[in-house]
Design a protein around this ligand. Structure first.
Ligand code: IPD
Length: 287
């Protein structure tokens, strides 16, 4: 018989994997028909009916299983519609139903479902289902990281010149921000490193760090739902998380470096032209 007093979250973890797979199937099916695109904060901030529907399916399934009221939910599309984005000590699910919406719209083949679970503000597990590749990444705190049930591990590269680094451009197109992003990318490329990549989904980028395919991923402007599940997966695969200024990782800060080790992380951090992003959950200033 299962002993849930010693292992209170195993049932939730297993169910998260099930729900992520179901969500991924919905996304794959939706991609076979015409995709109706809408915008959120600006014309490059895309959302589709599938993002909204899949988030409803995920949250609906979790509420049905674990009961309304006891668990909290932070979901990308619910927050876009005005729900709070506040991480408390209560058991909280952090969900991105379609990470890589722009990819999904363009049928660029990397799209992920990202589901994480935190208690007392500590991430307990993360599940990232890269649904077009059918890769199920998952990790529980202290129990290792897996891709399709095979253990995964970060690379052991310590020489930055032998690394591949990942980043993204985000959706802020103000020339000042874009300039900083490109300056950073140019500086990192010219260290030099073997390559600079971006899959278009932060969650997948983090899983690629976890498998050892690349050494690091960094971005300013991501949200907690993009990185919460990946954060557990990278750490359980032996990697590390830091703020872009070298300080401790803060899930709600919208800035992050994840890497295979501190040597690679610190070397990249030296080149990052840091800018601020309004924290997740911070009030939006009135225009
Ligand atoms: C986006 C992706 C992208 C990253 C953006 C995210 P979304 O998530 O993860 O790679 O650059 O910062 O917002 O909007 O497709 O869920």
């Amino acid at each position: 018989m299962e002993n849930h007093s010693e292992d209170p979250w195993q049932r939730a973890y297993d169910f998260a994997v099930e729900v992520a797979r179901k969500a991924g199937e919905e996304i794959r099916k939706a991609g076979e028909s015409e995709i109706k695109v809408m915008t959120k904060s600006c014309i490059v901030d895309l959302v589709t009916k599938t993002d909204e529907r899949v988030e409803k399916i995920i949250i609906g399934s979790l509420k049905e299983k674990f009961g309304e009221g006891t668990h909290c939910f932070i979901g990308e599309e619910s927050v876009a519609k005005g729900e709070p984005c506040i991480l408390t000590d209560k058991p909280t699910w952090i969900i991105d139903p379609v990470d890589g919406t722009t990819n999904f719209v363009h049928r660029f083949p990397f799209v992920a479902v990202s589901i994480a679970f935190a208690v007392n503000k500590q991430l307990e597990f993360g599940v990232v289902y890269s649904c077009l590749e059918d890769k199920m990444y998952k990790a529980r705190r202290g129990r290792g990281a897996f891709c399709n049930d095979e253990p995964i591990q970060v690379s052991d590269v310590k020489d930055i010149h032998k690394s591949i680094i990942m980043s993204e451009y985000g959706i802020d197109r103000s020339p000042d921000k874009v300039n900083k992003i490109f300056t950073t990318m140019q500086k990192i490329l010219c260290i030099p490193v073997h390559g600079l990549r971006g899959s278009g989904t932060a969650a997948t980028n983090m899983c690629l760090v976890a498998t050892g395919a690349v050494e690091a991923f960094f971005e300013i402007g991501i949200h907690c739902w993009d990185i919460a599940a990946g954060a557990v997966i990278v750490q359980e695969a032996g990697g590390i998380l830091l703020d872009v200024d070298g300080g401790p990782f803060d899930l709600m800060s919208r800035r992050m470096v994840c890497a295979n080790n501190y040597i690679i992380a610190k070397r990249i951090i030296k080149e990052i032209d840091v800018f601020t992003a309004r924290r997740d959950g911070a009030p939006i200033p009135k225009q």
